[in-house]
Design a protein around this ligand. Structure first.
Ligand SMILES: *[C@@H]1O[C@H](CO)[C@@H](O)[C@H](O)[C@H]1NC(C)=O
Ligand SMILES: *[C@@H]1O[C@H](CO)[C@@H](O)[C@H](O)[C@H]1NC(C)=O
Ligand SMILES: *[C@@H]1O[C@H](CO)[C@@H](O)[C@H](O)[C@H]1NC(C)=O
Ligand SMILES: *[C@@H]1O[C@H](CO)[C@@H](O)[C@H](O)[C@H]1NC(C)=O
Ligand SMILES: *[C@@H]1O[C@H](CO)[C@@H](O)[C@H](O)[C@H]1NC(C)=O
Length: 444
């Protein structure tokens, strides 16, 4: 009971903060140039966002996510003396994003002058009742009620650009919202992204579908959320100084069944000794490989379990699992650990705004999974074939990417705001995407 009360207090604080900020609608007039960057926050009833959080313990098949709501979705600090590390659950990106939009410098109360309209709908959280709850048999309806609201309440806001200027965050892989509307019996997912009603709306998701569609991928949140430049810089120094005694690390689960797959191949290579191990040791590493067992979600809210090994390794394995992408890609970058990808869908085809597509050769290694699983290509051999100087340059490039993939804490210092973080880059990309859609619309 005591637990539930705490959560309600957290929720209420969040609520009162949001309502006070919204009612004032302060537009911060500083030196920021807001032309082409104005955002209007669409006013929607709390049943589409904050009210949903009161049911945070109602979905045992998913998880009780009440503990992760603290700090506007960043979660609780990992320990009392921590400045920048939180027990962040990536599914709460909708809250994290909402809180950050509230301090975006170019908000306007006037939808007519806005370049983009933000829908503060917690789509992924609302999806839980369709995915794991009482509405599992009507999952094609996800979004229908919201669409009706948007048509009835101040319809001119939608009509102005037929929804092409609206955007929202959906903190689950797009796959979870892509159930065909006519699938009978219902398959996994809701049909939100398959409803023609929402085709014009830009959705920011941690993983997009393989073909170009209305969604765009943004980084999964990690556990690192610094609030000022000093905390940020001290982490960067730690990453740069870290001694990397291990060649490669894999933090994750899976690969234990007999069926051949890339996770199993990684495990096999880590668990067996081969002649190339001698070469690795001669290169100054004290071990070839480390596996951090993250099965059953034990690592998810406990970043120290995987950050420490990643800080001590040169390369981080980022194999696909149930879906091609993983949060671990961003944890690894944060640790200055060079990502090793096994399919293009894991990152290159996803995060074009945040990880420059034409520079992958400079900060990542790509090894096609088929070559490893079916042709016996050794990952260790590939990594050992990269000259030391190149490994050092790649690591420097990875470290340069850190600000781009982190979500800094809300209310952070002006100094840190000069670093464009994952949120800033997502907003910039969204504004450009919306502008090009509307330009195309005007051309017709
Ligand atoms: C919370 O869950 C209860 C029981 O399933 C449901 O009746 C209620 O509508 C839910 N509230 C929200 C805001 O979803
Ligand atoms: C952290 O601080 C809170 C409040 O000051 C205290 O109740 C709690 O025991 C502390 N936890 C630890 C692990 O020190
Ligand atoms: C959904 O439909 C299936 C098959 O008709 C049924 O067995 C199940 O009880 C339904 N679930 C809910 C929550 O209504
Ligand atoms: C989406 O935009 C197209 C024009 O590009 C328009 O014909 C259609 O009606 C719009 N859909 C909705 C639901 O507004
Ligand atoms: C691999 O090498 C280590 C260290 O030399 C040794 O302790 C271990 O038993 C070896 N394992 C196998 C499977 O040969």
């Amino acid at each position: 009971m005591a637990f539930k009360v705490t959560i309600l207090i957290i929720t209420t604080t969040f609520l009162s903060f949001i309502s006070s900020t919204c009612s004032q609608q302060i537009t911060i007039v500083d030196s920021t140039d807001c032309s082409n960057r104005w955002i209007h926050i669409r006013n929607i009833p709390p049943r589409y966002n904050l009210d949903l959080l009161t049911n945070c313990s109602e979905y045992p098949l998913f998880d009780n996510y009440c503990p992760y709501l603290a700090n506007h979705g960043l979660g609780q600090k990992t320990h009392n003396r921590s400045h920048s590390w939180y027990r962040t659950d990536p599914f709460l990106l909708e809250l994290i994003f909402h809180r950050r939009v509230l301090e975006y410098p170019c908000l306007t109360p006037d939808p007519d002058t806005a370049d983009a309209i933000y829908l503060p709908y917690y789509a992924g959280i609302d999806a839980l009742r369709y995915l794991y709850g009482p509405d599992v048999n009507v999952s094609v309806d996800h979004g229908a009620d919201l669409f009706d609201f948007l048509q009835i309440d101040e319809p001119r806001i939608w009509d102005r650009n037929m929804g092409h200027d609206h955007f929202l965050v959906m903190a689950r892989p797009a796959w979870d919202f892509s159930q065909p509307v006519d699938s009978d019996p219902p398959t996994w997912g809701t049909s939100f992204l398959e409803l023609p009603e929402f085709f014009n709306v830009t959705a920011l998701v941690p993983e997009a579908r393989a073909w170009p569609w209305q969604e765009h991928a943004v980084p999964y949140p990690t556990s690192f959320h610094p609030s000022n430049l000093a905390f940020f810089d001290s982490w960067i120094q730690r990453v740069k100084r870290s001694r990397r005694n291990t060649l490669m690390v894999f933090a994750g689960g899976g690969g234990v069944a007999a069926t051949p797959n890339i996770r199993r191949s990684i495990r096999n290579e880590c668990e067996s000794n081969s002649s190339s191990d001698i070469v690795v040791i001669n290169r100054g590493y004290s071990r070839v490989c480390e596996i951090v067992d993250c099965s059953n979600g034990i690592c998810e809210h406990d970043p120290v379990r995987f950050m420490r090994p990643m800080l001590g390794a040169s390369f981080c394995m980022q194999p696909p699992g149930d879906t091609p992408t993983r949060r671990s890609t961003f944890d690894g970058i944060l640790a200055g650990c060079i990502p090793v990808f096994f399919e293009e869908q894991s990152a290159k085809a996803q995060y074009g705004w945040h990880l420059p597509e034409d520079e992958y050769g400079e900060f990542a290694v790509f090894i096609p999974k088929e070559d490893v699983v079916f042709k016996g290509l050794s990952i260790v051999d590939v990594l050992m074939g990269i000259p030391r100087g190149q490994v050092r340059r790649m690591r420097e490039k990875v470290i340069d990417l850190i600000p781009r993939v982190m979500y800094r804490k809300h209310g952070s210092s002006m100094g840190l705001r000069t670093k464009k973080d994952a949120f800033d880059i997502a907003i910039k990309g969204t504004l450009q995407k919306i502008k090009s859609r509307i330009d195309r619309l005007l051309d017709q």
